[in-house]
Design a protein around this ligand. Structure first.
Ligand code: DP6
Length: 326
């Protein structure tokens, strides 16, 4: 056993994961499609040490205890079981993007954890095995293991609910311009949101229609058809937010500035600028456009009232081992 360091990128979903059929295993109600975000990463080093009485987690220089540590220890327990080891681990993790940047860190965090943890324990897991392991920490983390444009198949059990690449990052020069309208922490996190998704009368219809949206999105990406892509990505985001808004309790993530950005993006597209929006469980708006137009989109977004900042990310690669050994 040695120290292993891995890094993984966050991802933005084009067809969203919302709701689980098994909350513990994080088996989703529907498949999803995303793009990894280049230049942003979580880098995590793990070493199992006989002298440690418990797992110790340090994120960006701060020791984390409680729920955050428990969620990580749950994945380490799975790894310990697979490798038949009992040592506790020291986990040191850094994000190169700030909290409040409109990009969730749980996907990159659990993808890096799955890769570094399994390597440090002496395991050599395949990509599907790593994706399944990352999924149990955070569903969207399953999609940060493979590179580029990624689909997480819904699967039937724990064994076949994993993600795979449908096209490499170089396939299509898409850019995510994240319009930051609120840097404050969201009130209801994704995990609680997934749990109440079935309370919305709209969730069953959203789930039933997902294979159709997945196919349209997959084909739009493979054919680099931006118009088809834009229609299905905006529809999927709006459907998920309809479910969120009609859950009990209701989840309203949008702020007035979120709507202002969505309306502006639709207007720009009608005038010929290829851009579309998608919004996760928060108020910030991810505006997806072609590389050639990203400077224009960035500049126009900054002119909208309520947009505090814009972050730009291109399509990114798979989770990677940075170091294995002392
Ligand atoms: C709206 O993967 O963050 O971003 O499994 O509880 O960690 P947990 O949830 P998470 O949910 C992501 C929800 C989403 C849509 C998506 O990324 O597909």
């Amino acid at each position: 056993m040695t120290t292993a360091t891995a890094q993984a990128a966050p991802n933005i979903a084009f067809i969203k994961y919302w709701g689980n059929r098994d909350n513990t295993l994080r088996l989703p109600m529907n498949g999803s499609i995303s793009m990894n975000l280049d230049g942003l990463y979580t880098r995590t080093s793990i070493s199992f040490q006989p002298s440690l009485p418990f797992d110790q987690l340090i994120i960006n220089g701060h020791e984390i205890t409680g729920t955050g540590l428990n969620r990580v220890a749950y994945i380490l327990d799975i790894i310990r079981g697979m490798a038949n080891i009992h040592e506790r681990a020291e986990i040191v993790s850094e994000n190169n993007f700030p909290a409040g940047a409109g990009i969730a860190s749980s996907a990159s965090a659990f993808a890096a954890l799955a890769l570094a943890g399994s390597k440090a324990a002496g395991l050599n897991l395949t990509e599907p095995e790593l994706s399944r392991l990352a999924r149990r920490g955070s569903g969207s983390a399953s999609r940060s293991i493979p590179g580029g444009f990624v689909e997480w198949q819904v699967g039937t059990t724990d064994d076949d609910s994993f993600a795979f690449s449908i096209a490499p990052a170089e396939h299509w020069k898409l850019v995510d311009c994240v319009a930051i309208v609120s840097a404050s922490h969201k009130k209801t996190g994704s995990t609680e949101g997934h749990a109440i998704a079935p309370t919305s009368p709209l969730q069953a219809a959203r789930v039933a229609d997902t294979p159709r949206r997945l196919e349209l999105c997959r084909n739009a990406i493979l054919n680099k058809d931006f118009d088809a892509f834009a229609s299905i990505v905006e529809l999927d985001s709006d459907i998920m937010h309809s479910v969120m808004m009609t859950s009990t309790p209701a989840l309203h993530y949008w702020k007035p500035a979120s709507l202002a950005v969505m309306n502006a993006v639709r207007q720009w597209r009608s005038e010929g600028l290829p851009a579309c929006y998608t919004v996760d469980a928060g108020a910030n708006v991810h505006v997806i456009c072609l590389d050639a137009e990203s400077n224009t989109v960035n500049k126009r977004l900054r002119e909208i009232d309520g947009v505090e900042d814009v972050r730009v990310a291109h399509a990114g690669g798979p989770a990677q081992l940075v170091k294995n050994g002392d």
